[in-house]
Design a protein around this ligand. Sequence first.
Ligand code: CLF
Ligand code: SF4
Length: 297
Amino acid sequence: GQGDLPPEIWEKVKNHPCYSEQAHHHFARMHVAVAPACNIQCNYCNRKYDCANESRPGVVSEKLTPEQAARKVIAVASTIPQMTVLGIAGPGDALANPAKTFKTFELVTATAPDIKLCLSTNGLMLPDYVEQIAAMNVDHVTITINMIDPEIGAQIYPWIFYNHRRFTGVEASKILSERQLLGLEMLTARGILVKVNSVMIPGINDRHLIEVNKAVKSRGAFLHNIMPLISEPEHGTVFGLEGRRGPSAQELKALQDDCEGEMNMMRHCRQCRADAVGLLGEDRSAEFTTDKVMEME
Ligand code: CLF
Ligand code: SF4
């Protein structure tokens, strides 16, 4: 139901399968993998695969040009009527590939103006693009925030690439954290709904995520999605976190419960692929490869 939400917020969440627990039974999302590059290194990322910040790590998505992506969106929307949201979530970082990300949004808006636009980012470049995000009517942005303490960040991020140079160690995480929190504040000030994703890494940031939760709530984040580190060998090497295990289901739930009193927690995330298509938990991407989309036209 509508709950306590103001009407203008309800309008933005009622058809979004990630922002509304109820909506995810009835509405579908799709991702297009138009963003291959990344500007930071997360220790849990294997660059051969999809960005682990939003998408299930360890799977390889078919990379598309903005034109191919827009054609795919039309093909999917005409096949799956419940398709309400287009997200760009990798396989790298949406805002490390701004030309491709915004060109895709522009093409989709021109041909399918009813589709809601969503993007996911590590946040490093976010303050620079808030104006453009607002101008393109992107209603939903996800920022992956794994720490607010650069000492903890240094154990998660070996480097960032910013202002044409590489930063490492605590300095890198200090810049990243400042940019993430500034971007969050700028988006919420414009009425754009922000979801924060955090990857729970036992022994590194698990208890610290309670502090992260408070920090993002106080800056206006709408929803917090704490996801488990996926460290099974079949998902590829987890660099710098060798030997780290993901949390158990009970450990994850306990942390979500500890944060629940502070703000809305997302508990139905399926860690989708960067080219996922369909209802959450359903993957119809194989029906919409570039070859098949061309046949459908
Ligand atoms: Fe995609 Fe993410 Fe938008 Fe959803 S997914 S960019 S907010 S449209 Fe959703 Fe998938 Fe979890 Fe992401 S279930 S991985 S939270
Ligand atoms: Fe990998 Fe995503 Fe981190 Fe970039 S932001 S290093 S693609 S997990």
